[in-house]
Design a protein around this ligand. Sequence first.
Ligand code: SF4
Length: 370
Amino acid sequence: KNKATNVYRDPVLGKELIEAILRQADIFQEKFGRKANLMEVCGTHTVSVSKAGLREVFRDKIELISGPGCPVCVTSHEDIDYMIELGKQQNVILCTFGDMMRVPGSDSSLAEEKANGHDIRVLYSPLEALDIAEENLDKKVIFLAVGFETTTPAIAATIDMAEQRGIENYYVFTAHKICPPVVKLLFQDPNLKVDGLLLPGHVAAIVGRKALDFIATEYHVPSSIAGFEPLDVLAGMFDILRMLNKGEAAVTNQYLRVVKEEGNIPAQEMLEKYFQATDSNWRGIGNIPGSGLELRDPYKKYDARTLFDIKVSATVKTKGCRCGEVLSGYIKPTECGHFGKSCTPVSPVGPCMVSYEGTCATYYKYERKV
Ligand code: SF4
């Protein structure tokens, strides 16, 4: 067993923290006459919270709302359809991370197209795509770049290496998303009552704690950057509730072993060199200005969107999936009529049931009453 990880799962410390949080939750309830609403912005936290049974532990005192932080889930339906069309083109090897494979598009999925004989490959690292490109010079090798700040520097590194190695048949389809714009949008929504945010430690490891300070300074919402072990999450929750009860707002760092004030500077520089912010369409949320990434002009030759004349319909077939409302924190997966009936991880209707970090998949695995 990994002793280093076990430190952050210590049951005695966990019990003490839970009791301390419950005391803070009582104070909040006395003060405001309701439960505190905390949002875990990222899908990895959604999994951590459910896996540790924390939603159930705090059910009567704190509302833990899942947010829009699963990169596969927030990828727009149009982008999914575009990726599937890319996979169907002649002389293309389409490379992707595994959790994109079964995401349903309008009429198909990458897994179905692979079964139909198209060359679609699941990789563990985008760097593998460069080797595939060198081994298949007669093919266009496209990597589907989906993810938040955590994964974007690795994609930028593949462009960097393609430049160094003179690889001319490697391309990326960028559906990347940036975290801060969607957080800002959340605070403009009068229907969403969020008192505090649990912020993703892996995103903060890249961008740095300071980059998230705007949540406190501009919106006065207490927030905490947390890791993904149970004690990390609990420590973050305690910070948020304590600040709420004191009427304070700051962005605390409960992931000090990984997150620095300034973040990972070499990763930021790598990203900055190859990518620039652009508008991006989020599933169920819509277009958010400056929330995506596109290749800078000198590197447009790597952009898979320039390769083929692919048109996808803007009229999407959602088949009654309510992923958009789940991702925006309006409903819980269990409020969707498909949940656990016509939509399961084996037969998903929407992306939130496909991805390991998808809210619906997480609820199906850990929160379902059977
Ligand atoms: Fe979509 Fe299925 Fe989740 Fe309903 S349960 S919102 S259909 S993924």
